[in-house]
Design a protein around this ligand. Structure first.
Ligand code: NAP
Length: 525
């Protein structure tokens, strides 16, 4: 059963008067459940509870936080197929995707549990005193990461599990020791409510303080704005549009106490196709890219929206091949009618620009909200001159840019906005031959891929999912993988503090057995 209420700490609450529903894009009708948007008092209550929970939660051990995260994963699985059904009804995404994304979400929670249970993530660093150092004695200094405080997480539209209520932002913030208030995405408030109930169950069973987690409903910008402006909130996680992310970033910067906003926003993920890839594996890459562009109905942040090559008969053949393969794939329903109409609007805007040639477009689908795949092509000079063509078209769309030579290709790369990923298709020798181009690409992206597709983001410590603005608001941090935890902490140093009063992570005996930098040497002793 879905209550439509806000989860404020352990209590369900419905005091507001703004009612809304989610939408089933496949059936093209509203879902039956009604949700009540959180009002100002409810928002204030959630923040006050999070602040009081923080006083306790910040002191909890890695083992306690790990047990909480593990149980969240279990409780989510415990919700069974009923949860997957709600996900599908609110997103239009198929059951297989729901299942896969739930698996990823559960694994993310477990990865953060492993991380905090092991404990070395706090980056403990110890410089012992040298009392007889001349001319002045050296004090004893010990540093480790500590949590920032209550975090607001904006659920994303395109990952109702993995980047939403119990997604990577929430899991990493809870692992860091920060209470979380989720601003549920209005497109999947039912999914969010059910996942929130799993988090609350886990919190209660593992003795977490009331307010360690809240989930608020909203169908417009007010709830998010009030949360980000609230003095009790110390950081924000966001996945969505550049417009939305930037508005929240500006709002957070204008506060009396500015706070960090870790926004993961737009990216067109350039792919550079070097001559050998077109000569030796053209057919293969056309197949791979047709699948990648259409994956998740093109609604992935790593969707390859820009394919760059040097003009040749081989590039023309590749374009034709990619177009044919893309439109021969099954089309899927987009997440919401608004996202679908925005997709159609941008496709039509692109087609009307001078010099844009349609390589292939699937004929309009008779089913509502189903996206028609499309590939267009332009010359390098046209792309350079027209900033409209640099925008992200969120959906199964890609643009091939045919450059007159390597120098034009490099100019394009240098002028690109920041991107999550850049991909190079070619052979090992070309990496050396095109080193200037590859250096330019490295300067614009967060992750560079060789002979692959950018979709499919591995969750592991070495993953980098972020990039220069506007791919993300802070290119120093990743939103995926266990290092995402570093967004929610600050380094803190103790000077000449009594050993027995230090946190265990910094005590002489190293009771947790974690890896630490002691007098510049990494050691567990
Ligand atoms: P969005 O419009 O940026 O909204 C994301 C979340 O932020 C929503 O919860 C929204 O709340 C909130 N929000 C947006 N602007 C706000 C503001 N000015 N003040 C306060 N809160 C604000 O993104 P979306 O709904 O996920 O999708 C819309 C478009 O975003 C897509 O068509 C696509 O272009 C882009 N997108 C890109 C990616 C990517 O990874 N590159 C991912 C998802 C979406 P309310 O809706 O309640 O106002």
């Amino acid at each position: 059963m879905i209550t439509g209420k806000n989860q404020i700490g352990n209590t369900l609450s419905a005091e507001g008067n703004k009612v809304y529903r989610t939408f089933n894009p496949v059936d093209n009708q509203e879902n039956s459940w009604e949700f009540l948007e959180a009002n100002s008092e409810e928002i204030n209550r959630a923040v006050a509870l999070a602040l009081s929970a923080f006083e306790q939660y910040r002191t909890f051990s890695g083992k306690q936080k790990g047990a909480f995260l593990r149980l969240i994963a279990e409780e989510i699985l415990e919700l069974g197929d009923a949860l997957l059904d709600i996900y599908c009804q609110e997103s239009g995404l198929p059951q297989g995707r729901a299942q896969g994304e739930r698996g990823r979400t559960v694994n993310q929670l477990l990865a953060f549990a492993d991380l905090v249970e092991e404990g070395s993530w706090v980056e403990a660093s110890i410089d012992t005193a040298i009392p007889d150092r001349s001319p002045v004695p050296k004090p004893d200094i010990r540093k480790m990461n500590i949590p920032l405080g209550p975090v607001v997480v904006f659920g994303s539209s395109n990952f109702p599990f993995a980047f939403s209520t119990a997604g990577g932002d929430t899991a990493s913030a809870l692992a860091a020791g920060c209470p979380v208030i989720v601003k549920a995405h209005p497109m999947h408030s039912g999914t969010s409510e059910k996942v929130a109930s799993a988090i609350i169950k886990a919190a209660n069973k593992t003795g977490m303080p009331d307010g360690v987690f809240s989930n608020l409903n909203s169908s417009g910008p007010e709830v998010g704005k009030q949360l980000v402006s609230h003095p009790g909130i110390k950081a924000v996680g966001f996945t969505g549009s550049i417009k939305g992310g930037r508005a929240l970033f500006d709002l957070a910067s204008e506060r009396e106490e500015p706070i960090p906003v870790f926004a993961e926003m737009g990216s067109i993920n350039p792919v550079v196709v070097l001559p050998s890839a077109l000569k030796d594996r053209s057919e293969y890459w056309a197949t791979q890219y047709a699948g990648s562009v259409n994956l998740g109905v093109g609604q992935f942040c790593t969707n390859p929206g820009l394919i760059l090559g040097i003009e040749s008969i081989e590039l023309d053949e590749f374009s034709k091949n990619l177009g044919e393969k893309l439109i021969s794939q099954n089309s899927g329903s987009m997440l919401h009618p608004n996202i679908h109409s925005f997709y159609d609007q941008l496709k039509s805007e692109f087609s009307k620009q001078n010099g844009v040639e349609t390589v292939a477009e699937q004929s309009a689908n008779s089913k509502p909200n189903v996206a028609s795949q499309m590939v267009v092509k332009v010359k390098g000079s046209t792309f350079i001159e027209n900033p409209t063509l640099h925008q992200e078209v969120f959906g199964p769309f890609s643009m091939i840019v045919s450059c007159k030579d390597e120098s034009e290709l490099i100019t394009i790369i240098k002028e690109l906005e920041g991107q999550l990923t850049g991909t190079v298709l070619g052979n090992d020798d070309e990496i050396k031959t095109y080193s200037v181009l590859i250096d330019a690409l490295q300067n614009r992206v967060g992750r560079i891929i060789f002979n692959g597709v950018p979709t499919g983001v591995e969750v592991c410590p070495s993953m980098m999912h972020g990039g220069p603005y506007p791919a993300s608001s802070d290119s120093r941090y990743t939103a995926v993988g266990t290092h995402a935890i570093f967004r929610w902490v600050r380094p803190f140093a103790f000077q000449d503090w009594p050993d027995e009063l230090l946190p265990e992570e910094l005590q002489n005996d190293n009771p947790l057995g974690i890896s630490r930098l002691v007098n510049n040497t990494l050691t567990r002793s």
